[in-house]
Design a protein around this ligand. Structure first.
Ligand SMILES: [Zn+2]
Length: 269
């Protein structure tokens, strides 16, 4: 039976520490490397429902994309909204590991999975580094084998999301007929990379969510923009990571949270 530490070592290999953004909080954030890891659960976010599932199921290691805690905590009590979940996990002996921006950027991580899922060619990081880093890089860019219309790309994005089991509407900036050859990708709320996608001569940038003014900027600067929703842009990777871990650690029971969901309901009037 593996220890928490052995699984952490494997995760650190998949998503190298140096790939984390400076502002991020990643790695083993809570817990004890020496404890056994019989039950491991993955999730996008350690929400209240996820934390209760982890405690009810006596999970030993929770792997949450979004860090918990993210900011420093001065108190850890059951009364405080910001620290209650940390207290619940710690008091039930649940360790927590967060790969966050490391897994966005890793060579097999979320942005790479998007780029491959959309059949892009010549995939490389969106933000160039001085020397190529085999461990990965920030965002991805690549080209279609032949140009597609923006509407055809929307179909491609939808079928990727359907394939990974997420049925969600897209928000799109740009004319349906706009021709798309080079695509930039940044999962989550990566709209701050819009300028980098323009600099890289992308015809389209795909992310989870964006501020209104960045959508206006995309329209004015004539780059297509597809927003999948934050949840849809990242959650599928945690179903896949659970599967990967259960193959690697056959003695462990590994699953992705069954209680986690998208907080948004769509109301169409
Ligand atoms: Zn995210």
């Amino acid at each position: 039976m593996p220890t928490v530490g052995e699984i952490v070592t494997y995760l650190d290999q998949l998503a190298a520490r140096h790939l984390a953004e400076d502002w991020d909080n990643t790695g083993l954030l809570l817990g004890d490397r020496n404890r056994p890891a019989l039950k491991v659960m993955t999730c996008l976010t350690a929400t209240q429902a996820v934390v209760e599932e982890a405690c009810d199921e006596q999970v030993n290691l929770l792997i949450s994309h979004h860090p918990l805690p993210f900011r420093p905590l001065k108190i850890i009590t059951a009364e405080s909204h910001s620290s209650k979940k940390v207290w619940q996990l710690a008091s039930q002996g649940v360790s927590l590991y967060s790969p966050h921006t490391r897994w966005d950027s890793a060579s097999g991580g979320i942005n790479q999975q998007w780029a491959e899922g959309l059949d892009l060619w010549n995939i490389e990081p969106l933000l160039p580094t001085e020397e190529p880093d085999p461990a990965g890089g920030t965002g991805r860019q690549g080209t279609f084998a032949q140009p597609l219309s923006l509407l055809e790309v929307c179909h491609k994005v939808k079928s990727f999301l359907d394939f990974v089991g997420l049925f969600t509407p897209l928000r799109v900036v740009g004319e349906n007929e706009k021709l798309i050859e080079r695509v930039g990708i940044g999962c989550g709320g990566a709209d701050s990379f819009l300028g980098d996608a323009i600099k890289a001569k992308c015809d389209l940038f795909i992310t989870g969510e964006a501020r209104f003014h960045n959508c206006l900027e995309a329209e004015e600067r004539e780059i297509g923009f597809i927003l999948t929703g934050h949840y849809a842009s990242e959650r599928f990777a945690y179903d896949r990571l659970a599967k990967q871990l259960s193959e690697k650690f056959a003695d462990c029971e590994v699953w992705s949270s069954r209680r986690e969901g998208n907080p948004w309901n769509l109301y169409s009037g």
